[in-house]
Structure formats: structure tokens, C-alpha cells
Design a protein around this ligand. Sequence first.
Ligand SMILES: C[S@@+](CC[C@H](N)C(=O)[O-])C[C@H]1O[C@@H](n2cnc3c(N)ncnc32)[C@H](O)[C@@H]1O
Length: 377
Amino acid sequence: MTAAARAARHETPYGAFQLNCYPARANERLVAWCSADTLLLEETHRRGILGSGILVVNDIYGALCVALEPHALWTDSALAVLALRHNERANRRTQTRIVWSTEVPPAAPELVVLRIPKQRPLFEYQLSRLARLLPEQTTVLAAGMDKHLSPHTAAILERYIGPAQRHRGQHKARLFSAIRDERSAPEYTGIATYHSEALSAELCGLANVFSREKLDMGTRFLLEQLHTLAPAETLIDLACGNGILGLVALRQGVASNIAFCDESAMAVRSASLNASRIFPQQARNVSFLQGDGLLEYREKPAQIILCNPPFHLQHTVDDFAGRHLLQQCSQHLQSGGRLYLVANRHLDYLPTLRRTFDRVEKFASNAQFNIVLAQKS
Ligand SMILES: C[S@@+](CC[C@H](N)C(=O)[O-])C[C@H]1O[C@@H](n2cnc3c(N)ncnc32)[C@H](O)[C@@H]1O
């Protein structure tokens, strides 16, 4: 975190904590908690259950875990874990055990405290897994912001967990609870596939993966340009999702070694599943990294980076997510290295790129998207 980043004080029934968002920026516009977190903390406190009996799901910046010190956090997001680690250190709280969304959470908790994700497939997948894990009578407390909730939230909870209640709302957030009953819950994997013409293969995406049911239009436009790129040895598919950009680059001989990077555990797992199924002989030519962009990237600098950057920070539309990622690129490119970035025409990443690259130019455009080429001399 930068020194300029401002932490804010989060008052909870468990004490007051200084919390910061991650990635942090000077003059932060967001606070690191919301009224859905407040509802969950108040209700958990009212029930008097100790942190050691609690499984937290989808904490975003650590507001729940820092207060509760739970048994574990089940999450898809490396950014959420980085936020949590910063906030635990800042408040001298115990490190929460992390269980990635692609793993099964640890043995039966007494209480589940869940932030309802915006992505319904992820929500249903998590409930379907929890239903198999929870003993009868275990309560799931769930809350979300009204604007992200489906009108069917209580019904969805009831379908997987058991009798559900819609509780009070507060500051545009709503609390729900469900009690696990004896019924067997439906199995829901959340996996979706589509056929990629460029790969002549099916691509799969786990429940929380971007564009897992169909090719994104910006991605399609970048794919259409790949055959014009001078081939290289090493390429990074940055913010890889299901791995489509890197896999097509491998198929077309744009590069022979590809690193796939994403902050989402499900994205990285999807890219890895797709690579091993489509290119079973090339296991030594592909690598996978879950983290905040290239912060933990330890390979030698690459010759090409392809990127269709994120435009959300957790639940909020915010081009800072993309700018934060692009600031990291130049130091992981060899001299002469090239970054190809596709973005909606209304998003202007040129000033960010000009700060770290020697040459930045428009490489291609259509009615909706620009592709920018940034080069390191
Ligand atoms: C617009 S999607 C592109 C996915 C894929 N490349 C495609 O074209 O279909 C952006 C991706 O960025 C990932 N992402 C967001 N913030 C990130 C970060 N700080 N580091 C790495 N990946 C990130 C998201 O999980 C998402 O998969």
C-alpha cells in the first residue's frame, strides 16, 4: 500500500479497526466495508458464536475476517486475500486461513457468514458445496447490497440449504439466513463451455470466470489481429480468464511459451484445465500464476503481453483496476517487448501507458474497441 492511501476506521461490535482497500490509491473513493458487512457482523455478534467456529465466504477487503478472526475464509480472489493480509497486519489480528474457491472448505463450521457475490453462478456453486458440508441445523447468514441481489435470493438459499428467511434491510443492504435441513441439495458445478472456432475446441470456465458462456467481443477483436503479430518465444496472457488469448496465441505460433495470470482462482484453474485438454503435449510450455497481476511473477521478462483488462474492482465498475494492472507490465517485458491491450473506445489507458512505455500507439480499432500497442525500446 502507498503511504498516501487512507485507511478508515470501521466500528464493529467486535471493536474498531483501521481498514484499507486493495489495491490502494491516494485519495481513495471507496471504503473497505459496506452495510452488508455491518449486518453480518451485528447478527453474528448477537448470536455469540466464537470466530473459531465460523467460516467466512467472499470477504472483500477483510472487514469480516479482521473483526471475526474466523476459522477460515473461502474465496476466489487473490486481491481479497492481499487486502485481508494488509488489514490483519495493520490491526495486529491473527492470519486467517485461506481456502480457495477451487478447494473444498474445511470441516463443518458452526456458522457460515457469507457475502452474496454478484455472480449468481458462483453463489449457487458455493451453496451447493456448503450443503454437502454442513450438518443439519447449521445456519448460513448471507448478506448483500440491494443492487447486486436477485429477487430470488431467499428462494436460492432455500433450494440448496433449507428454510430461509429474508431479514431486515439497512442502508441499501439486506440480511438473509437459512438453516440446513435434511434434504439432499441439487448438485451445481457452475461450469460453462463454448466452442472456440480459433481453437477448434471447447473452452470451459468455472463458475466465477469472465465470459465463460461466450467469447467476449473485445477478446474476439484482439484474436482477429493475432496472425499479424511477429512471433516470439515468451508471452504472458495477463488477466487470462479461461485462457482464450494465450491458448490461441499458442495454436497460431505467436509464441511457444505462455504464462497465464489472473487474480481469480477459478480463472487460473479454468485456463489450466483448458491448456491440458487442448495441448496435452505442451505441459512444459505453459505456466499458471494466481495473484495481483504480475507482482509475484518471477520468470524472466517476456517478449509479448496480451491483455483484455478488468473494468471492475470487486463489485464496482472502476478503470483503476485496469490502470493498476497495466502499470506493472513494462518491468516484465524484455527490451523491444510489446504489450497489446484491447479496451472499449471510451476507456483511455494511453496516459497510464505513456508513463512506463517508450512508444504507445493505436494498433487497430473498430466501432467499439481500440487495440493499443505499447513498446519498450
Ligand atoms: C475482461 S476479463 C478478460 C479475461 C480473458 N482474458 C478474456 O479475454 O476473456 C479480465 C480478467 O482480469 C482478472 N483480473 C482482475 N483484476 C486482476 C488483477 N489485479 N490481477 C490479475 N487479474 C485480474 C479478472 O479475474 C478477469 O478474469
